[in-house]
Design a protein around this ligand. Structure first.
Ligand SMILES: [Zn+2]
Length: 171
């Protein structure tokens, strides 16, 4: 399995290559879409890639917040399809992150509701989800750029693992 530095280098090179390809080939390249894709791709490659399924450098990059990925690490076997599937790995982590954000919001609101009883954690969380969904529906290109960047970073990670394993077995 390649180390974290190799994955970081591959992540940076492929992000740069994707940008060169996009700005060269797209009929009307959009800087915002490219920035969303690249930001999401780099973030996912750096801190949300397949090796979160073990005590890896990606996992440790979350610092004190790494406990947030502890359930993921315990539930998902290392290098299983759920973490290293070419598309499934990224989709599972995107869903996990969405559930995590929802839980953090709900817990924060619940703590606030202890001080201020008028705060309704369930209602506000549902309202935030409705706003997010309406944003995603009204801006499909932005949503696609964000999600595809996140998911494809996982694809790149898994392909790098597969190529390294193939070389190790062959030579
Ligand atoms: Zn891996």
């Amino acid at each position: 399995m390649p180390n974290a530095r190799t994955h970081d280098t591959v992540n940076l090179i492929t992000a740069a290559a994707a940008n060169v390809a996009y700005f060269t080939l797209a009929p009307r390249p959009d800087v915002t879409l490219a920035a969303l894709f690249t930001g999401s791709y780099l973030f996912a490659g750096y801190a949300c890639a397949g090796d979160l399924d073990l005590d890896s450098r990606e996992y440790r990059r979350w610092g004190r917040l790494r406990f947030l990925w502890w359930p993921y690490q315990k539930l998902i076997p290392h290098r299983s399809r759920l973490s290293h599937g070419l598309l499934l790995g990224g989709v599972v982590r995107a869903c996990y992150l969405m559930v995590l954000c929802t839980l953090i919001l709900w817990v924060t609101l619940w703590a606030l509701s202890l001080l201020e009883p008028r705060v309704d954690p369930g209602a506000i969380t549902r309202q935030q989800w409705a706003s997010a969904l309406s944003f995603f529906r009204s801006r499909p290109e932005h949503t696609t750029a964000l999600l595809s960047g996140f998911i494809l970073a996982g694809t790149t990670h898994s392909l790098t693992d597969m190529i390294a394993t193939w070389f190790k077995r062959r030579f």
